[in-house]
Design a protein around this ligand. Structure first.
Ligand code: SAM
Length: 400
């Protein structure tokens, strides 16, 4: 066996710690050895055992049945992925949607194999903006990584997380997190299941690499054409001097990574057996495309579901409808937020499951899903308000 040894200092420790963050109930030495080997080349299994022994109890806690877990103080490290503090609320059914209050890694670990037909999700792009610490700062108006953009033409803007502040360590964490996430997700998916993951142009390469490394098959990217408030600014404190400079391109699109669990046999075999393996066309004349014009989420929609990262129904309904090629199966959103994906699934008549670990957003989603389900995108009323005559289209054309 080859054991090339030039490891970055702390690399083995980070690999063990990151893995154990996803296993709040602990893992056996053998499981830890296998996981570290999947991440890093050439770490002798015996060195993992000694590493665990030497760093217990500073970093690790020894549990019953020869399991190791992260020491309590690290478990409380304010990263998403740690357990939701406090009581777990009971799941709720809202139309065809099931909303679950849990950490998605824990939920995925217990999920029945081959029971999910597609994933549409908008995770925290940098994973740390939804940590308890950063959420507290956002809620108390302190900012933290959340930047409050200046008002524009008298209009107050919503806070935006800054991804330029991520350190190399944060990027490594992101990479590890999505690798673990995809490895837990894959067994729950049926072959051919589409996985659409919202990202950001600064970070999408990291997440994409992790999903591919975990065995999902990259199928491209869907470009949501949307004018954002990111980039384009002149240099801070020198904007007059460098009047003709934009430090970063003004971002006018949002990448949605498109992956798939590898299919079994030919596409038609997979479609027959699992009902998955392609995308549903908007019409027989029109293929499912990878550029979708969209508008920022409207004020009226944000009032129905006041989540800091709310995605618009007009866009979500198009992609949610598209991910089940035959319109059959269950769509999962493991980072459900206000439940906008579940509402979109309800609106197009699909079954869905959403997981949200934050109690406040779970409670918000419980109220917002029925409201968003009945929303007519672009109109000021909901479908429920509208009389039965002259039903509006679910998919009005959206402005770019
Ligand atoms: C970017 S937001 C999603 C917003 C959503 N697209 C919407 O329109 O409302 C990501 C959500 O994932 C939740 N989250 C973060 N880590 C999680 C985890 N490990 N399990 C479940 N939910 C998580 C956060 O609390 C947050 O509400």
């Amino acid at each position: 066996m080859r054991f090339p040894n030039k490891k970055r200092p702390g690399e083995v420790r980070d690999a063990i710690v990151n893995y154990l963050r996803t296993r709040p109930d602990g893992a056996t030495v053998r499981q830890i050895q296998a996981e570290v080997a999947a991440r890093l080349d050439g770490v002798p299994p015996s060195s993992i055992r000694s590493y665990l022994r030497l760093n217990t109890p500073t970093l690790f806690a020894r549990m019953e049945r020869a399991q190791y877990a992260l020491n309590e103080s690290l478990r409380g490290h304010p990263r998403p992925g740690s357990e939701t503090a406090g009581k777990t609320l009971a799941p709720v059914e809202l139309g065809n949607a099931m909303l679950v209050h849990e950490d998605c890694l824990k939920w995925l670990r217990a999920r029945e194999p081959a029971s999910i037909h597609a994933v549409v999700t908008d995770p925290p792009y940098g994973m740390f903006e939804y940590s308890d610490e950063q959420q507290e700062k956002l809620r108390s108006g302190k900012g933290g990584v959340w930047r409050i953009p200046p008002s524009f033409d008298g209009v107050k803007r919503s806070p935006l997380p800054r991804f330029t502040v991520l350190t190399p360590g944060d990027l490594r964490y992101l990479e590890e997190y999505f690798f673990d996430w995809a490895r837990l997700l894959a067994p729950a998916l049926v072959p051919g299941a589409n996985v659409l993951v919202a990202s950001n142009p600064l970070l999408s390469h990291v997440v994409s690499g992790s999903l591919a490394r975990a065995g999902l098959e990259r199928r491209g990217e869907i470009v949501r054409l949307v004018m954002t408030m990111r980039g384009g600014d002149r240099p801070k404190h020198a904007h007059r001097e460098f009047d003709m400079v934009s430090v970063m391109p003004r971002s006018m699109w949002e990448p949605w990574l498109a992956f798939r669990k590898p299919i079994e046999g030919r596409v038609q075999d997979n479609l027959r057996k699992w009902k998955t393996g392609g995308f549903r066309r908007p019409s027989s004349e029109k293929p499912f495309g990878d550029v979708i014009a969209s508008a920022p989420t409207r004020k009226q929609e944000r009032a129905l579901a006041p989540h800091p990262s709310l995605k618009p129904q007009a866009f979500l309904r198009q992609i949610v409808r598209g991910v089940l090629p035959l319109g059959e199966g269950v769509v999962l959103d493991p980072f459900a937020g206000s439940g906008s994906t579940l509402a979109a699934a309800n609106a197009v008549g699909y079954k869905s499951i959403g997981i949200e670990k934050d109690t406040r957003y779970f409670e918000l989603a419980r109220i917002a899903i029925p409201r968003l389900t009945h929303l007519i995108p672009g109109a000021t009323r909901t479908r429920r308000d509208k009389s039965s005559s002259g039903e509006a289209s679910l998919f009005p054309s959206c402005e770019a």
